[in-house]
Structure formats: structure tokens, C-alpha cells
Design a protein around this ligand. Structure first.
Ligand SMILES: Cc1cc2nc3c(=O)[nH]c(=O)nc-3n(C[C@H](O)[C@H](O)[C@H](O)COP(=O)(O)OP(=O)(O)OC[C@H]3O[C@@H](n4cnc5c(N)ncnc54)[C@H](O)[C@@H]3O)c2cc1C
Length: 505
């Protein structure tokens, strides 16, 4: 950073948490509870908390997993399981207020760079206050990366020919124009994932017609937006804390069983999922063409459609689905490879994300830049040779937050262990017998292969052969494996503060 804009002061914290989304707030809560003698700060580039739920403003925005498991284990969720962004933000607001977390969060602080000093065992973090366009600097012993997995406010939009000729409005769900009025308009939503599946039924409220234009189909599950056992326990006046815990266990157990079934009996699952859509859309609808993907169920996230609203709007004729490829945009719509044209006043590009690797921060060690794709991941949360840093990457199939809390517990245990043993730094290392382990890209494409991950796979850390060196996506086992990690294992290389820096203090 040039001297002319150098920050005036540097504040120090034991742990700096990046991001005030669902993971960053979990991190702040658990460190506060489990490591009360550690000082913390949360830096967040947006104006408020919530991450995904704060930045996404498109119509109908809602979760696609249940809030008993997407919510925190320590705060019961008492609403319907699938929740709107507004409801999730209100829940997070309550968590922040009830636990007095607000004083620890600094908004409009965008982190730009982090440099590790080997001599001082310290991260120096350069950020910019986006409200005043002013540089600020922090030092921290430990960096807890809760930045999520994609760039906010910058969705992925393919470069289609003729897009500049289009005279209507183009909106990406990550950059929703506040003043977009689609009343009486023809809307085309490009995409087939969870976002498209929410935007399409939501926009039928005012649009003349909404068309979902997809290249390939996706699997969907449908059901009532309610959990029977929760309803029954409520009737019995069981305490909400118990209901939350019971429902969480049931969902986690059933999700694990469903994932197993997708591997062992993919044809049965496929037949059930597609059969359900056929029942909703009737015998004349070409379900094979529009809702029968050619991959094994669960290789991409299966979105839950509450009350089957997407399919009901299609059955009512308010929405339709077209499976085709875009040839080019025209002045008033989209020309498809099949020769068909779609007239559009508004095009919504629900075409996915650009991955964010480690908050898009410039990382260095003693001033020398390093890249995370040169490291191997320890359980998808720490990286070989990278000191005092942990990262949250949640589950694809289960709720993200389940993993945020498991990792927060692990970080708390590690911080306390280091405090007790006097270690100034910890970094994972391959054990002697693992030095020649075969390494692969982070993504196991056989297991899970959404486009945003494949586009970014060369930027991500490497994965090894054994469970210790990969993000297994297996919550049912991880919930027991993480608490059992032996912090004295040779996989962790601890270092005391270097003598020269101790003497200088
Ligand atoms: C529309 C949508 C629906 C989803 N629904 C579900 C669901 O139902 N269930 C589920 O499990 N998952 C869902 N996901 C995935 C979802 O992103 C995660 O579950 C979860 O919200 C991620 O939380 P997070 O806190 O880890 O990251 P985010 O929500 O991405 O928050 C990260 C925060 O870090 C901040 N940040 C990033 N870089 C920097 C920086 N350099 N400096 C300062 N701050 C920074 C960001 O501003 C952001 O506020 C959904 C995703 C989308 C887009």
C-alpha cells in the first residue's frame, strides 16, 4: 500500500473473522462462548449481516434447505422449514442481539490483503473502509475465513452473441435492480437451478408470462412446507429447544440415508423424482425432455420446491419451460438453436456464480505472495504450510451451516489448545508416510460437479487420497470425526514465537 494512503493505526485481535454471513456470525458466537478470553473482530464488506441473504434481492428469494439445520444448533427455528431471505435475516438479527455480537462486527470493511509474518507469528490485514474510502489495518494471530464460496454482486453470465442488441432489461439475481417493474411483461428466466426455480413462480404474480429457459434439466423435490414431526411435537406442547434438536437429528439422518440411496440405487431415486414431477404436470407434459437430467441424482444440488409452486404455475399456464440452447439475443428476445424464438421484455440470468477463492484477498507470507492451489487441504478447512488460518466451506447436500458450526468448534478447540501449550502458530503438514500421496483437484467430479466448481477447480487447494486430506461432504461422519481430531497429531506443526520477536517485545 503506498505511504500516501497508509492507515493511521493498527488494531490487534486474537482472531479476525472474515464475513458476517451465516458462517461468520456462527464463528463469532462460538468463539465468544468457548474462548471468552480471546479478542475477536468480524470484518464485513457489506452494509449489514447476512451474506447471501443480504445480497440476494430477487423476487421469491428463499432457502432450499430447512431452517432447522440451516439455522444454528443453539437457536431453535420455529417457523416453516423453508424460509425467505427476510425471515433468515430476522433470525440472524435475533442471534446477534441476544448474544450481544454487534460490537464485534465492523461493516463496510473490505479486506484486500493478508500478510503473515513468520518472525512475529502474526497476520497483518489491510482493508478498506468502503464508507469513507479509507485504508484500515489490523493484526491478528488467527484468521477465520467465513467468506462463502462465490463473489457477491457479480453473478456468472455467459457471453451470448447479440446481447448488446437486446432492448429490454437484463437482471441477474445477484444484482437485482430495485426499480424493476415486470408487471404485464414477458419474462424469460435463463437457468434451471434453485434460483430459477424460485424466481419463476415468484414472478408469475405480476408478469404476463414467465418462461424458464434451460440448457439441461435439473432434479427437484417437492412437498408441503412443513415438517410433520415438528407439528406433532408442537401439538404435544414439547419445548421448542427439544423440537429443534429432534428435527435436526431426523433431517440429518434422513439426508444421509438419501445420499446413500442415490449412490446405491440411483435408478430408483431417479424414477421417484421424475415420477413425482409427472404426477404434478400430467400425462401430456414432456417430463423426459424438461425434468429428467442425464446425471445420477445428487451430483448437483437437488432443490426443494415448497408446495410445488413452480410446477403448479406451469400446470396453470402462467409459466412454461423450454429446454434448448441460445443461438443469439435479438432486439426483442432470444433466438434458440432449434429455430424457435422467445419474445422477452425482461431476461433474468439465473446462470450461477463466479467462485470466490478466499475472499479474493491477496495472500502473502513475509511479503511473498502464495496461492492456495499450491496447498493440500486438511479436511477441507486448513491448508498445508499455511499458518493460523481456517476456512469454512459447507455442505453441498446438507445445510451449509451444519459444517460452519463443526468448524467453529474445531477452531475454538485449536485456539484454546494453542493458548494452553503456548504455541504461536499451527500449520498442517503431510505426515511422513503421506509425502508421496496422490493429489487430485478439490472437486471429485464423479461425486459432485456443478458448473461454478468446475470453472474454478484450478484455483482451489488440492485433495489427497485419505479422508484427512479432503472435504468429504459426509456430515454424518464429520460430526463425530471433527471433535475427535487429536490436536497433538503429527499432522499439526506447532511453532513457538521466534526468540528474536519475543526479545523485542
Ligand atoms: C440464492 C441462494 C440460496 C441458497 N440456499 C441455501 C440453502 O437453502 N441451504 C444451504 O445450505 N445453502 C444455501 N445456499 C448456499 C449459501 O451461500 C450458504 O449456505 C450460506 O449462506 C453461506 O454462508 P457464508 O456465511 O459461509 O457465506 P456468505 O453468505 O457468502 O457470506 C460471506 C460474507 O463474507 C463477506 N466477504 C467476502 N469477502 C470479503 C472480503 N474480502 N472482505 C470483507 N468481507 C468479505 C461477504 O460480503 C459476505 O457477507 C444458497 C445460496 C444462494 C446464492
Amino acid at each position: 500500500m503506498p505511504d500516501s494512503i497508509a492507515p493511521q493505526t493498527t488494531e490487534h485481535f486474537d482472531c479476525l473473522i472474515l464475513g458476517a454471513g451465516i458462517s461468520g456470525v456462527a464463528a463469532a458466537y462460538h468463539i465468544g462462548e468457548q474462548c471468552p478470553d480471546h479478542s475477536i473482530v468480524v470484518l464485513e464488506s457489506e452494509k449489514s449481516f447476512g451474506g447471501t441473504w443480504w445480497t440476494h434481492r430477487s423476487p421469491g428469494i428463499r432457502s432450499d434447505s430447512d431452517l432447522h439445520t440451516f439455522g444454528y444448533r443453539f437457536k431453535p427455528w420455529i417457523g416453516p422449514p423453508i424460509a425467505t431471505a427476510e425471515e433468515i435475516l430476522a433470525y440472524m438479527g435475533d442471534v446477534i442481539e441476544e448474544n450481544d455480537l454487534a460490537p464485534y462486527i465492523r461493516y463496510q470493511h473490505k479486506i484486500l490483503a493478508a500478510d503473515w509474518s513468520e518472525a512475529d507469528s502474526l497476520w497483518t490485514i489491510d482493508a478498506i473502509r468502503t464508507d469513507f474510502d479509507e485504508p484500515v489495518q489490523f493484526t491478528a494471530n488467527f484468521l477465520f475465513m467465513c467468506q462463502g464460496y462465490y463473489r457477491h454482486n457479480e453473478g456468472f453470465t455467459p457471453e451470448w452473441p447479440g446481447i448488446a442488441d437486446f432492448k429490454g432489461t437484463i437482471a441477474h439475481p445477484e444484482n437485482w435492480p430495485d426499480d424493476l417493474d415486470y408487471s404485464g411483461k414477458n419474462v424469460v428466466v435463463i437457468g434451471s437451478g434453485a434460483t430459477a426455480a424460485t424466481v419463476v413462480p415468484a414472478m408469475t404474480d405480476k408478469a404476463a408470462h414467465v418462461t424458464m429457459l434451460q440448457r439441461t434439466p435439473t432434479y427437484f423435490r417437492t412437498g408441503r412446507n412443513a415438517i410433520e414431526i415438528a407439528e406433532e411435537l408442537r401439538e404435544l406442547q414439547v419445548d421448542e429447544t427439544w423440537i429443534h434438536e429432534i428435527v435436526r437429528r431426523k433431517i440429518q439422518y434422513e439426508q444421509t440415508a438419501f445420499t446413500k440411496l442415490c449412490r446405491t440405487k440411483p435408478d430408483v431415486v431417479r424414477r421417484d423424482l421424475i415420477g413425482n414431477i409427472r404426477n404434478l404436470l400430467g400425462p401430456d407434459f414432456d417430463v423426459e425432455k424438461h425434468f429428467a437430467p442425464d446425471y445420477r441424482p445428487w451430483r448437483q444440488r437437488i432443490a426443494f420446491v415448497p408446495d410445488a409452486d413452480l410446477f403448479n404455475r406451469i400446470a396453470e399456464g402462467k409459466a412454461s419451460v423450454v429446454t434448448d440452447h441460445i443461438e443469439r439475443f435479438t432486439e426483442d428476445g432470444i433466438e434458440l438453436k432449434s429455430g424457435e424464438t422467445l419474445k422477452a421484455d425482461v431476461v433474468v440470468t439465473a446462470t450461477g456464480f463466479n467462485m470466490n477463492t478466499m475472499g479474493d484477498i491477496g495472500f502473502s507470507k513475509d511479503g511473498q505472495p502464495f496461492a492456495f492451489n499450491e496447498t493440500v487441504t486438511f479436511k477441507g478447512t486448513m491448508f498445508t504450510g499455511i499458518p493460523n488460518l481456517a476456512y469454512v466451506f459447507g455442505y453441498f447436500r446438507g445445510s451449509w451451516t451444519l459444517r460452519s458450526e463443526i468448524i467453529a468448534d474445531f477452531v475454538c478447540r485449536m485456539l484454546n489448545h494453542m493458548r494452553v501449550t503456548g504455541a504461536a502458530s499451527v500449520r498442517p503438514q503431510l505426515r511422513p508416510h503421506e509425502q508421496d500421496m496422490e493429489l487430485h483437484s478439490w472437486v471429485d467430479e464423479e461425486d459432485f460437479n456443478p458448473g461454478y466448481l468446475l470453472r474454478a477447480k484450478d484455483l482451489l487447494p488440492k485433495r489427497g487420497e485419505s479422508r484427512d486430506w479432503r472435504h468429504t461432504q459426509d456430515h454424518w461422519r464429520e460430526k463425530d470425526e471433527f471433535p475427535a481430531i487429536d490436536l497433538t497429531d503429527e499432522v499439526f506443526q506447532y511453532r513457538a514465537k521466534s526468540q528474536s520477536s519475543v526479545a523485542a517485545e
